[in-house]
Write a protein that binds this ligand. Structure first.
Ligand SMILES: NC(=O)c1ccc[n+]([C@@H]2O[C@H](COP(=O)([O-])OP(=O)(O)OC[C@H]3O[C@@H](n4cnc5c(N)ncnc54)[C@H](O)[C@@H]3O)[C@@H](O)[C@H]2O)c1
Ligand SMILES: CC(=O)[C@H](C)O
Length: 239
């Protein structure tokens, strides 16, 4: 256990090996948190943890797949074993999938629900259990999306999971407030992370998008179609 982290706030970020999760972990470390980073691929989260340590921060990498409840609870225990306690849990891990609803395979729908919804559900359960065991306040922060406020064509199953996360966040906030545990969600627009490489790859030929146009341009087109100023759309595409 790191002696210094006894006084530091401790955060656990899921899916922290790249993208938004990596950005959150790095910023939390800059803000003085001791950070546990969990992900399906230990080498990816270890890379980010090493970078945080090299920059003078405290970090600890954990291999955990959020679709499995026991691995989520285990990641919290490993964080507490290493840093003594937990203050913040960020349910960041998530996947997207591009398909028209009528063409979405059940196995893809199951994968999205297992990782995005059940993974977030398990994270709330595990974090709340730890905060109550510590008898301390705590913060739980979940990854929803712009697609959790508007259902986008070609992202129907994904949007459903992000809407679900908003509802889950609101319900958890009401249930856990009495324990001084806050539950909030972030809803980014389009953030140019490796998720978009995968989304663009899955695009292929679909009716709604002109050949060669990426989903990013398609979504931007929707925003522009609403008469939003280009700079508004530009704000969506940032990292
Ligand atoms: N990039 C965007 O435009 C955008 C917009 C709104 C919301 N989001 C949400 O933000 C979160 C992060 O997105 P991102 O763009 O950084 O994605 P990303 O694909 O770049 O990174 C996601 C990370 O989560 C990990 N992950 C996936 N499934 C996992 C699992 N079962 N267990 C543990 N880790 C797992 C991946 O390995 C990866 O490291 C996601 O929940 C996503 O839905 C992204
Ligand atoms: C991929 C994502 O979450 C939205 C559509 O930006």
């Amino acid at each position: 256990m790191e002696a210094d982290s006894m006084s530091k706030k401790v955060a656990l970020v899921t899916g922290a090996g790249q993208g938004i999760g990596e950005g959150i972990a790095v910023q939390l470390a800059k803000d003085g948190f001791a950070v546990a980073l969990s992900g399906r691929h230990l080498d990816k989260v270890q890379r980010v943890a090493d970078e945080i340590e090299k920059a003078g921060g405290e970090a600890f990498a954990i291999e955990a797949d959020v679709q499995y409840r026991d691995q989520v609870f285990d990641s919290v225990q490993k964080t507490v074993d290493h840093f003594d306690h937990l203050d913040v849990f960020v349910n960041n891990a998530g996947i997207a999938h591009v398909a028209q609803i009528c063409n979405t395979k059940e196995e893809d729908l199951d994968r999205l629900l297992d990782i995005n919804v059940k993974g977030t559900f398990f994270g709330i359960q595990a974090a709340a259990a730890q905060f109550r065991k510590q008898e301390t306040p705590g913060k739980i922060i979940n990854a929803s999306s712009i697609a959790g406020h508007e259902g986008f064509e070609l992202l129907g199953a994904y949007s459903a999971t992000k809407f679900a996360i908003r509802g889950l966040t609101q319900a958890a906030a009401k249930e856990l407030a009495r324990y001084k545990i806050t539950v909030n969600a972030y809803c980014p627009g389009i953030v140019l992370t490796p998720m978009w490489d995968q989304i663009d790859e899955e695009m292929g030929e679909v009716n709604h998008v002109a050949k060669g146009e990426s989903l990013k341009q398609y979504l931007q087109g929707i925003a522009l179609g609403r008469g939003e100023e280009p700079e508004d759309v530009a704000n969506l595409v940032s990292f």
